[in-house]
Design a protein. Structure first.
Length: 164
């Protein structure tokens, strides 16, 4: 479980440093805002689904209300999220490091025989972690595609760790 997000695993860490900083002028500035949202979204849900339940979840100290949503809120009236200034690259990288530490701490503590803990996900905690990994991979691929297609930035394939 820790393999998908621990400190030694660069799954989402591979494309994130390539995101442009706001106003960086490095030729990739156009990806800063669009890329920050799926990056934050993926990190938020990776973090959330490591909690025992929604009631036991403590958001990242720099969390901004509704920034985790990429579309209308899932509850009525299903309004678009109120998102202002996007997170900058440094904040996203800070949250990535936070989540990497959190995965390392929480993964061994998970009761994989328990229910998911999230009423909208009607399966067990073990399946929730597979769901979490798939979700993270989806948005990592999305970020890699955005960087390549919109900014001409290639992100190397992350494969097996090789001895030094």
């Amino acid at each position: 479980m820790a393999a998908f997000g621990g400190q030694n695993t660069p799954l989402l860490a591979s494309p994130l440093p390539r995101l442009a900083g706001k106003g960086s002028g490095d030729g990739a500035t156009q990806v800063a805002s669009p890329a920050a949202l799926p990056a934050y979204h993926a990190l938020f849900y990776t973090h959330l689904y490591l909690a025992d339940s929604e009631a036991h979840f403590t958001p990242w100290p720099k969390h901004r209300k509704e920034y985790q949503f990429m579309g209308p809120t899932p509850w009525p009236p299903h309004a678009p999220p109120q998102i202002g200034e996007p997170y900058d690259k440094e904040a996203i990288l800070e949250y990535l490091a936070f989540c990497q530490r959190h995965v390392t701490e929480r993964a061994p503590q998970l009761d994989l025989e328990a229910a998911s803990g999230f009423g909208w996900l009607p399966f067990g905690k073990l399946e929730l972690q597979f769901y979490n990994i798939r979700h993270l991979q989806q948005h990592t691929g999305e970020l890699m595609e955005r960087l390549g297609a919109r900014a001409g930035i290639d992100v190397d394939w992350v494969g097996m760790k090789r001895p030094a």
